[in-house]
Design a protein around this ligand. Structure first.
Ligand code: GDP
Length: 525
């Protein structure tokens, strides 16, 4: 059945999961895909992560199931919605691409391990969501294990992340005493260990279980009621508007491993998560249902196989409708490009492909045409979407060409890879040494690999270590302030940047030099 672009766009929900490794991202993703019917067996996504299947097996599996589980985008249909989950690689794969993925989503789901609370990587990813002002939904996981008291976890959200919360449901006990959740939104209790088909017990008008239910007399339930009362009196008020602007996070408790609370989460999430929103461009706001096709590249994946130098550029569609073989403008260069060589991260079936609209992600074969942040559009205006934000690198290497005779190739390679957004380049002010900055080790490895394979240059990379990075507001700064603990460098736009040895060095410096205004582009507003 043919539906309008408007209907299609309204059905899209595109999000990423932000979490620290081991919080349960893979497990939750898998459970969500199960509900969406996109996979039949639990363990499928997990097996991919642990490399249990060879890639060819995966391609077979993808064909059978009509979804791509190996790629960075997973899609499923559920209750009239089309859900896109974008993967945010962590661990060793953590890179600027992980951050950039967050520029391509309309909301984020933050998973918190109930025993560990808010962890490092979660904080970093949260900051990027904050910068964009997108809604953030919190899933507190592993309630089947003993964790921190729920009220402490809410306090942590506020103290560590500076975001207020509204618990949509509340746990009744935890660990081996975990009985289920008290659902404030659906006004029901959902039982954890339930033998019957229906784990839901409706609550009465006062939000209580009818007397006589065995749980009604339990101490754990009593405690939950007390805490609910406390939340109602002293907690934040529910506000759809504040959820939408990302200043209030709805909080859900559950256990991804046992699939408990996951469907409740999904149902509620879909009620409040935004459909694709208009985006700013050089021609003003671009409406997602407008006729002209447009989108931007947020990630370029290089092929690590030296026999295949092609890459895939990931495009987030922002308006119009994608059609295979369509001709578009690349706004940066004004060049026309035919998109016959596009790949879809979904079933290889015409209908699905033709339905790709705002919110969806497509992969474009790239022979070196695209840069991160590029806009492509059918509009003659050739507008460009807002530049992607600058992310603060944390680790640095000093880089030189192994063979001095290869300087020309070396410079060309660096220029191109930096422009493409693969890595950030800095030059020390005195010696004009090249430093590369990244948010994860993987970026250096990809850089080294591509320099060798695409520019035929062996590079030497010398570890400089992690730094606390601050840009200088002013265009002038006394270059004599540069020393080993506060190294002054210039970024590729010739802006001054200090690389501090650690937080302490930063504080010492700001105390001594109160006139120099420093900023971190990723600081929370
Ligand atoms: P990721 O690194 O965030 O993708 O985390 P995984 O989904 O791989 O989970 C990390 C570990 O936590 C695995 O051993 C999971 O089985 C376990 N895990 C995930 N969710 C739960 C949960 O709800 N309860 C318990 N007890 N373990 C969980």
């Amino acid at each position: 059945m043919k539906t309008s672009v408007k209907d299609e766009v309204q059905s899209r929900r595109t999000f990423a999961i932000i979490s620290h490794p081991d919080a349960g991202k893979t497990t939750l993703t898998e459970k969500l895909l199960l509900f969406g019917g996109a996979i039949r067996d639990a363990g499928t996504v997990k097996a991919r992560k642990t490399g249990k299947y060879a890639t060819s097996d995966w391609m077979e599996i993808e064909k059978q199931r009509g979804i791509s589980v190996t790629s960075s985008v997973m899609q499923f249909d559920y209750e009239g919605f089309r859900v896109n989950i974008l993967d945010t690689p962590g661990h060793q794969d953590f890179s600027e691409d992980t951050y950039r993925t967050l520029t391509a989503v309309d909301s984020a789901v933050m998973i918190v391990d109930s025993a560990k609370g808010i962890e490092d990587q979660t904080i970093k990813l949260f900051k990027v969501c904050r910068m964009r002002g997108i809604p953030i939904f919190t899933f507190i996981n592993k309630m089947d294990r003993q964790g921190k008291p729920p009220l402490d976890l809410l306090a942590e959200l506020e103290e560590v992340l500076g975001i207020e919360s509204y618990p949509m449901n509340w746990p009744i006990g935890m660990g081996k005493d975990f009985m289920g959740i008290y659902d404030r939104y659906f006004n029901r209790v959902e039982l954890f260990k339930d033998e019957s088909d229906n784990p839901y017990i409706p609550l009465n008008e006062d939000g209580e279980l009818e007397a006589g239910h065995e749980l009604a007399d339990s101490q754990l339930y009593e405690q939950t009621l007390e805490e609910i009362m406390l939340l109602s009196e002293a907690g934040n008020e529910f506000s759809e508007e504040r959820i939408a602007n990302g200043t209030l996070t709805p909080v859900f408790f559950g256990s991804a491993l046992t699939a408990f609370g996951v469907q409740t989460f999904l149902d509620t999430y879909l009620k409040f998560a935004p459909e694709p929103q208009p985006r700013n461009s050089t021609s003003g706001e671009i409406n997602p249902v407008s006729e002209d096709f447009s989108g931007f590249i947020f990630k370029i994946q290089a092929n690590m196989n030296p026999k295949h130098r092609d890459r895939i550029a990931f495009l987030r569609i922002c308006s119009g409708q994608f059609e295979r073989g369509m001709t578009v403008f690349q706004s940066r260069t004004g060049k026309q490009i035919n998109l016959s060589q596009s790949t879809q991260f979904l079933a290889d079936d015409r209908n699905t492909v033709n339905e790709a609209v705002s919110g969806d992600i497509i992969g474009l074969y790239d022979t070196g045409n695209y840069q991160i942040g590029d806009t492509i559009t059918t509009s003659k205006d050739m507008f460009q979407f807002e530049r992607l934000p600058q992310f603060t690198p944390e680790m640095f290497v000093r880089v030189t060409a192994k063979n001095v005779m290869k300087q020309k190739h070396f410079h060309k390679g660096i220029q191109q890879l930096v422009q493409e957004g693969a890595i950030q380049l800095f030059k020390t002010v005195r010696m004009e040494e090249y430093l590369l900055g990244a948010v994860g080790q993987l970026q250096f490895e990809v850089f080294e690999h591509r320099m060798k394979n695409e520019y035929n240059v062996d590079v030497l990379m010398e570890r400089v270590g992690t730094k606390v990075v601050r840009w200088v507001e002013d265009d002038k700064v006394d270059e004599n302030l540069s020393n080993s603990r506060s190294l002054l460098v210039k970024d590729r736009f010739d802006k001054y940047v200090f690389l501090f040895e650690n937080e302490f060095a930063l504080r010492w410096f700001t105390d001594k030099n109160p006139d120099i205004i420093l900023y971190n582009p990723m600081d929370m507003k």
